[in-house]
Unconditional design. Sequence first.
Lengths: 157, 93
Amino acid sequence: MRLEYFQLIDRIVALDLDARTIEMHAQVPETSTIFEGHFPGHPLMPGVLLIEAMAQTCGWLLLGLNGLARMPFLAAVKEAKLRTFVTPGQALSITGRLEHDGSGFAVTHASVRVEGKTVCEADLTFRIVPFPHPDFRTNMEEVARRIGYPLEITAHG
Amino acid sequence: MSSTFDTVANIISETCDIPREKITPESHAIDDLGIDSLDFLDIAFAIDKAFGIKLPLEQWTQEVNDGKATTEQYFVLGNLCTRIDQLVAAKGA
């Protein structure tokens, strides 16, 4: 993770387009300027960034399902539960599952586990729209390479 | 068995916290009920699940933007319910 750059996922672990599920790995850094303020002397991974990590995970699932043809943007966060503190240095397993494939939108469920224990979860809704600019897609391809995403994936049924 | 309209009206009432009695077949979801596009995603999700269909929201939006259709054709609830019935019938055909 590079929190200051909104790089909240490090590596793809599994992507199953038939089951419509994904798993990502993310390592919470030991140090970050964010921990200086959140909180002084008691560093915690901000809950909003855990939600963003879940959104990025589910976003990559949706990109895989549409063959990187269109971009999912987070539209709604529901039933978000932050069950316990996440602290610097912890390894996160982030999973996402497609709940509903709508017309121009998708509903997903995501959760984060630390050492097998669920630390947070949420239902996330995305709008799925054309890439606003070709450079945007190029940037996403660069991110895909960084996280080991299988770019050979094409549009899936 | 409840009618398509009753199901849709109940979904809208529960999703958007609108009193059920204010929702009629003549209501325009946007102009009369004040439902915005994000709330309509929740409604579409619930309708898709309830009827086992996929409302073609993108196609409808494109047609409205292109001037080929009016919002009344899709978002007046009586018309919306007719579209839902057509989609359900097409699914079973």
